[in-house]
Design a protein around this ligand. Structure first.
Ligand SMILES: [Zn+2]
Length: 388
């Protein structure tokens, strides 16, 4: 807390990224609005606004409505002159896009990738693609301000390095930020895909929620945590990573890629479902094949999905009892699997304190395929507003 913040003042709006967000969403149109919403003193707000204007991230236009005295100038976000790039990498596909400074997607598309081709090849290709998209999106006078990248594995927040990812051969220890920074002259921000999902969904679906857990249930399983209205990364950046939590399983517990047995990821991820169905001789290659079997009413696939949902629910019940979120939202391909979602929901009601569940929202993610790049956009906006 700085000297001029009143005790108990709203924390939101306290940093420059949040000020941009308040203006971009229309919540604030003047310095006075920002001071009121942030709880900061008018002089601090003015200083930060001047800095943002100096960096080309805010501009002043015309005059607002006067409440007596001098008419305040209005603030706006220059959405037409700033372009942000975003990459949301998955095991088989990547979503790339461009966003404006309000964090809205201008253009996006999906590309096929082969994660096993290794980081130099995959990231090099994606950087070329997203840079091309950014150049195409920028009109006269537009400036490229940064690129946000989501990685489907653990990312050490302080360094941007990938640490012990599952199913990403050749990526362990790779310095994503260093690699990309050497190939582009705009800032690059990296985080794991579940954190980007949490940022995108929180910002665009339930910005009013202070505490929420966003689960990405796809080929792997991860979660992102919003606490006090902000992304909670923990000490190293691994907060929310539930993939290697132990769940109850029939003996013998399946072996996980981390070397332990009975991890949530080894039991309930899309990769685990594919593996279990193949062992039974069913012709599945990927998670979409599993989803098709479930849609067709296949008994084994549906039973496995229910069991997976119960396992995810067990871990989430601990999370909900411990953290008391206002919402748990499930995204990723498995969120479209109704039997799995129903199991998650019923275990949460069985295993959580009534006080924790009486107003708890349990829902499917509301933002579509662009949720990761929307989150990447938020990361970049925060970084350019508050450079390191
Ligand atoms: Zn494990």
């Amino acid at each position: 807390m700085t000297d001029d913040e009143a005790p108990g003042a709203a924390v939101r709006g306290a940093n420059a990224g949040e000020m941009l967000r308040l203006v971009a969403t229309g919540a604030a149109a003047s310095r006075a609005d920002l001071a009121r919403l942030s709880g900061l003193s008018p002089s601090t707000v003015s200083q930060r606004v001047e800095t943002l204007i100096g960096r080309g991230l805010l501009r002043e236009v015309g005059a607002g409505r006067s409440r007596g005295g001098r008419r305040p100038r209005q603030l706006e976000v220059p959405v037409d002159t700033v372009v942000i790039g975003a990459v949301d990498l998955g095991a088989r596909h990547a979503r790339i896009g461009t966003l404006d400074l309000a964090g809205r997607v201008v253009e996006s598309r999906s590309l096929e990738v082969r994660i096993e081709d290794g980081p130099e090849s995959v990231l090099g290709t994606l950087l070329t693609e997203v840079t091309g998209l950014m150049r195409g999106a920028s009109g006269p006078g537009a400036v490229l301000r940064g690129i946000g990248v989501g990685i489907p594995g653990p990312v050490q927040h302080s360094t941007g390095r990938i640490v012990s990812p599952s199913r990403m051969p050749g990526w362990n220890g790779f310095d994503v930020v260093g690699f990309l920074a050497g190939r582009t002259d705009v800032p690059v921000v990296v985080d794991n895909d579940a954190n980007l999902m949490a940022l995108g969904e929180h910002r665009w679906q339930h910005p009013e929620l202070d505490h929420a857990v966003y689960v990405k249930a796809g080929t792997g399983i991860g979660a992102g945590v919003i606490s006090g209205g902000r992304l909670h990364r923990g000490g190293q950046g691994s907060a929310g990573d539930i993939s290697h939590c132990r769940v109850f399983t029939a003996d013998p517990a399946p072996l996980c890629s981390c070397g332990n047995t009975g991890c949530l990821e080894a039991v309930a991820s899309g990769a685990a479902l594919v593996g279990a169905l193949r062992e039974r001789g069913l012709p599945v290659q990927s998670l979409p094949d599993v989803m098709r079997l479930i849609d067709d009413g296949d008994r084994h696939a549906t039973a496995l999905a229910r069991t997976a949902g119960r396992s995810i629910g067990e871990i989430l019940a601990v999370v909900v009892n411990f953290f008391n979120p206002q919402a748990v939202a499930i995204g990723g391909l498995l969120a479209d699997c109704e039997p799995l979602l129903a199991s998650v929901r019923s275990v949460l009601y069985e295993r959580c304190l009534p006080l924790a569940t009486q107003t708890l929202l349990i829902e499917r993610l509301g933002t579509g395929a662009d949720v990761g790049i929307l989150g990447a956009g938020q990361l970049v906006i925060d970084r350019v507003a508050d450079p390191l």
